[in-house]
Ligand binder design. Structure first.
Ligand SMILES: Nc1ncnc2c1ncn2[C@@H]1O[C@H](COP(=O)(O)OP(=O)(O)OP(=O)(O)O)[C@@H](O)[C@H]1O
Ligand SMILES: [Mg+2]
Length: 261
């Protein structure tokens, strides 16, 4: 079954939105990515799985421009692109929600969402330094509502929110840039089952609104709940990529730990 659905990792995917080929990354002489390949199709959720240290976060950070690759190529819609900083990836419509969420606990929800890009008011069509708090709260509430979140207080300090709610804030923050591609690094890590299900619903909602998503997860059950396809990383390489239909979590676990299909 696995062999029937196998797509060789390096196979050219003509319909890929984002494709990474031959990616290498070293950290002080140690290899983190060793000619790694990955392809994300339009409108899909691609699950990225693998053991600790397999290179999953490093791969996402290379797509988001936080880390520079040592070798390899990144293509968007078949065209080679340069991504040397998060500004580049943002310009291409790519946003990443990091494993630590990078939220500021003492600030409230709307302040976190607009941190670094506060909206200001204008007077008689002239810009002013006065913050347009009402506009930012309205945009926060609207973005939350577009994800089906209606009960979260935009004025609540982020440190008082649950892990799932904080994940929602981090996702809303990246949505203000209208990304086509969203990279999520273990969005449900260390969450209780109920919270985890809410975050997975959010991820499904992003897909329903046309976003293409790469989601790193250690949880194979949730991989099968939300992902269309998966990529299995081992020791810096994508050892398998393919659709999950017809497979079971045990099949993927075997690939992760034994290293072959
Ligand atoms: N900034 C860094 N400096 C040095 N080594 C690093 C750095 N970032 C990652 N590494 C190393 O690169 C390898 C891949 O790490 P990476 O974080 O990508 O793995 P991962 O698959 O995300 O693992 P996990 O499931 O534990 O999050 C590991 O051996 C890690 O120790
Ligand atoms: Mg990681």
């Amino acid at each position: 079954m696995i062999n029937q659905t196998r797509e060789t990792a390096g196979a050219l995917m003509a319909d890929a939105l984002v494709q990474l080929k031959g990616i290498e990354k070293h950290f002080s002489g140690k290899i983190a990515l060793d000619r790694a390949e990955l392809a994300l199709r339009r409108g899909e959720i691609l699950g990225l799985v693998g053991d600790n240290g397999a290179g999953k976060s490093t791969m996402l950070k290379i797509i988001s421009g936080v880390l520079k690759k040592d070798a390899g190529e990144i293509l968007m819609e078949g065209q080679a692109v340069r991504i040397n900083s998060p500004v580049h990836s943002r310009g291409l419509g790519i946003e990443m929600v990091y494993q630590d969420l990078s939220l500021c606990g003492s600030l409230n929800v709307w302040e976190n969402i607009f941190l670094g890009r506060y909206q200001t008011r204008s007077f008689f069509k002239m810009p002013s330094p006065v913050l347009d708090k009402r506009k930012m709260i309205k945009m926060t509430v609207e973005t939350m509502a577009s994800l089906g979140i209606r009960r979260l207080d935009a004025n609540a300090p982020v440190r008082n929110l649950s892990g799932g709610e904080q994940q929602a804030v981090a996702i809303c923050r990246c949505l203000l840039f209208h990304p086509r591609v969203i990279l999520l690094d273990e969005p449900t890590a260390s969450m209780a089952l109920k919270e985890r299900q809410k975050v997975l619903e959010l991820v499904r909602g992003l897909k329903e609104r046309g976003r293409s998503i790469i989601m790193v997860t250690h949880n194979l059950e949730e991989l099968f709940q939300v992902a269309d396809r998966a990529a299995v990383f081992k020791e810096g390489r994508a050892i398998w990529q393919g659709p999950l239909r017809g497979l079971k979590p045990d099949d993927v676990a075997r690939m992760m730990f034994v290293g072959k299909a």
